[in-house]
Structures are given as structure tokens and as C-alpha cells.
Write a protein that binds this ligand. Structure first.
Ligand SMILES: O=C(O)CCC(=O)C(=O)O
Length: 328
């Protein structure tokens, strides 16, 4: 009886994802030729929780023409920034049986640029990616070159961004698959960002596991050691790499339908709250993004229910699948 109920719940979760996709998830991320009005933004994209790439929304930002490496070096080369350093480019990601956070270094922005240009060497892979509004907190010299918020988005959402982040890193720096509770306006200033996106409705097919947290420590000789964070609680994270999914271990991921898109210099991605994303970049890509806290409304509550049911039925785990009726 219990097994039948469990099977039925799993079946409904799978059908839910298909139905949600048919109702509103596009096959590809659409492009807009210009910024929407606040009403259009809310009605067509935020309300339906649908991503889009907006062209010609940044051309009035001085940063777009100005932010070359020589300019950044002249404007803020001596300013210290937090830099995530990892042996393999993966910060905040599952490595083996740990959830590993990067070593954090304070380096002058000019020193990071030297490494990016190949004029200097530094062990590991560097990524300026501190998500604490690092553009405002650490690089105030650059603020006059961008807008402090996205006016049509702030009006639509009725608030100002919680964070304005600056991203600059090596090609090897990758952000592992995760989701955030932010409406994210992600602006590429130079280079390209490659996103893999999955709608929140695909949650039943996306595996989560609980991991012991650890942090990379860098020794004098440039080698890395992983050290457990014993005082921290276990971290739920996604072990799956959407670029090389392990379908033997996570066969239900076959039912997920990831969208791939590239955001080019001068373009802005609207990445809706709760969408899963995995991010890669061209070498030395420069980006700025705005995080607006999402509305904790009924949509959020429905997602929490989906998340709880997915966890409770442990839908994505192979070892339990063998005990399921196979109807998925
Ligand atoms: O650009 C990246 O590497 C990651 C961006 C991201 O995860 C975010 O904006 O939430």
C-alpha cells in the first residue's frame, strides 16, 4: 500500500514537470531587441517565471566601451578584491564526497589582471566572484561606469537590488549547478557567459545529496588541501554536472530539459528566481549582475512543496529506484 502511494506521488511529480513545461517553458531562451517596460517585464517574464536575453539594455553604460584590462588596471589596479582560488576552477561544488568552498585571497585587481593576461602566474584558478555586492563594497572606483540598478526592473519589482556583483575570471572557472531566491539580471560587459538553465519544475529530476562542507587551503608551495569545516552543518548540493550528467547514477535526469544559452557582451540575461543554473565563461569575461530578492509568495510556497516532495520521495536516486514500480 505504502509503495503504491509512493509510486503514485512519483508519477505525479514527473507529470507535473511535463505539464509545467507545456504551459510555459520555452525550447530556447528568447531574445528581446530592447529593454521591456516595467509592465511588460513583470507581465511577460517575472510573473510567468520565464528567462529572456535582453539586447540594447546596456549601451548607455560607460562600462561597455571602457572596461578593458588597461582601463581596469588604471582605474582600480591597486584596489584589493576577494578572489576565489581553487585547484580546478570549481568553487562551491561537490568534489568527491565533500561540498568544497574556495580558498579566498585578497589580491589587487591589477594582480588578477596580470594573471588573466599571462604576465604573471598564480597557483590554481582565479575567480573574482564574491557575492556580497562586491562591486559596491570592493570596487567603488568602477561604480560611475554602470547604473546602480536596472530602473525598469526596480520599478517592476518594487524594490532595489540586494546585491550588485562583479565577476571576472579565468576560462576554467565554473559555477556548479544551483538555484537562488533572486530575480537575477545578469549583464555581460566583455566576453561571453555560457549558461545551462533548468526550470524549477524540473526539480524532481535533479538530485540533491547532503555533503560535509570543506574549504580549500593553499600552501606556500601552491598546493591545495581540503579541510573539513567541522563546525558547519551538512550542505545539500547538486552532485550532477549538466555538461556530463551521470545517467547511470541519476537516470531521471534524462527527463530534464536543460536550455543552453550564451550571453554576449552588451546583453543582459533575465534569470528568474529558482531556476537552476550552471555557468561557464570565456577567458577574462567581465560581468555585473543585480540580485533582487524574490517575492516569497504562493509561487515560492508551491516550489517549497515540490522540493519537499522530491526530497521525501528521493526521486532521483538510483538505489531507491530499484524499489519503485518503474512507471516513471
Ligand atoms: O557567473 C557565474 O559564474 C555565476 C553566476 C550566478 O550563479 C548567479 O548570478 O547567481
Amino acid at each position: 500500500m505504502a509503495a503504491a502511494v509512493l509510486g503514485a506521488v512519483r508519477k505525479h511529480l514527473s507529470e507535473f514537470s511535463t505539464a509545467a513545461r507545456e504551459l510555459g517553458v520555452p525550447f530556447a531562451v528568447p531574445h528581446l531587441d530592447g529593454p521591456p517596460t516595467p509592465l511588460q517585464f513583470y507581465r511577460d517574464w517575472v510573473g510567468p517565471n520565464r528567462p529572456c536575453i535582453i539586447r540594447n539594455a546596456l549601451q548607455h553604460w560607460p562600462a561597455l566601451g571602457k572596461w578593458t584590462f588597461p582601463y581596469l588596471r588604471a582605474a582600480a589596479g591597486g584596489t584589493e578584491v576577494s578572489v576565489a582560488v581553487t585547484p580546478d576552477g570549481y568553487a562551491d561544488a561537490v568534489r568527491g564526497d565533500r561540498f568544497v568552498m574556495p580558498a579566498e585571497r585578497r589580491l589587487p585587481l591589477g594582480a588578477v589582471i596580470d594573471v588573466l593576461e599571462g604576465r604573471a602566474r598564480h597557483p590554481g584558478v582565479l575567480y573574482v566572484q564574491k557575492q556580497c555586492s562586491n562591486l559596491c563594497q570592493e570596487l567603488p572606483e568602477l561604480l560611475p561606469d554602470v547604473e546602480p540598478h536596472v530602473p525598469w526592473a526596480s520599478e517592476a519589482l518594487g524594490k532595489m537590488p540586494d546585491a550588485v556583483n562583479f565577476w571576472l575570471g579565468e576560462e576554467a572557472a565554473v559555477t556548479s549547478l544551483h538555484k537562488d531566491h533572486y530575480e537575477n539580471l545578469y549583464c555581460v560587459i566583455s566576453g561571453e557567459k555560457h549558461f545551462v538553465l533548468l526550470p524549477p519544475s524540473d526539480r524532481p529530476f535533479i538530485p540533491y545529496e547532503l555533503y560535509t562542507p570543506a574549504t580549500y587551503h593553499m600552501s606556500e608551495d601552491g598546493s591545495f588541501k581540503m579541510m573539513d569545516e567541522e563546525a558547519m552543518e551538512k550542505v545539500p548540493w547538486i552532485p550532477l554536472d549538466p555538461l556530463a550528467p551521470d545517467l547511470v547514477q541519476y537516470p531521471l535526469y534524462q527527463q530534464a530539459q536543460p536550455l543552453h544559452c550564451t550571453v554576449k557582451a552588451g546583453e543582459m540575461l533575465y534569470l528568474p528566481a529558482l531556476w537552476f543554473h550552471h555557468v561557464r565563461q570565456s577567458h577574462g569575461c567581465i560581468a555585473v549582475n543585480f540580485w533582487y530578492d524574490m517575492e516569497y509568495d504562493l509561487k515560492y510556497s508551491y516550489y517549497q512543496l515540490l522540493d519537499s516532495l522530491s526530497t521525501a520521495t528521493d526521486l532521483a536516486r538510483m538505489d531507491l529506484l530499484s524499489s519503485v514500480d518503474g512507471s516513471l
